[in-house]
Design a protein around this ligand. Sequence first.
Ligand SMILES: [Zn+2]
Length: 271
Amino acid sequence: MRVTTRIRRFIVQRRLRKDKIPLKLWHRSCAQMPLLSRYSGREKMQLRLLASQVLWDKRIIPVKDFELTDEMRVMIAAQVALMLFGLAEPETEPNLSWIHNWNQILVYPAPFHNGRDTVFNALGQIQSLAGFESGETHYQGGIIIDWEDDQPHPLRKHANQVLLHEMAHKLDMLDGDTNGHPPLHSNMSHQAWYEAFETAFDTLNRQLQHGKFTAFNPYAATNPAEFFAVSTEYFFESPNVLNRLFPKVYQQLTLFYRQDPLIRVSALQKS
Ligand SMILES: [Zn+2]
């Protein structure tokens, strides 16, 4: 291990020992997040360390006189932490490299107008829609969310915690393209990823073209990048729906996020 890495690790470990999210605040915030119920007490402590690091590293900025409480900030940081849970070790990988490509989250109180025209990519697929949005991500820049959509809610069939969606876009962008293919771990197969996602994307588009009902959010059919982001929402919020509709996508996401929400989530999936 390089000396600079050792020094950085030492500094983070020392800070983690004395500058964590206060325990009472953490418990109050966790109690409002059904998504965290699937993690054990020990795992939640790991999430607390990750969320503490997120709050040191990233700015969470309210927009339009919105008042963000400490609990809201912790809930936002905890959402980031749960996505990083299998990817980053707070004490051995202190720089949280998976989220190095953004540094702030702007929080609107409600959906906001993006002030754009609808944009199409070279394949004729919609790249971004004009109108009101709950979240937005820019290649160079931070993440924008609206609290109305992002606040924790009872888990339902439809997943819609917008920060999970926008963070998936940021992970997707890490290898330079926003195409639904984030940098994969060395034990993963690019071919298996493409096959799982392309088949599911085509299936969803075919169902929609034939006017068939689909339990999956049709927005995922916009383009492969949106399919990955929407699949990520389902993976964490409604894993049983994703696994039932697109089991190979679910399997690829367990390999990518290095966690399996279905293992401990059965008590939460009542709807
Ligand atoms: Zn999106």
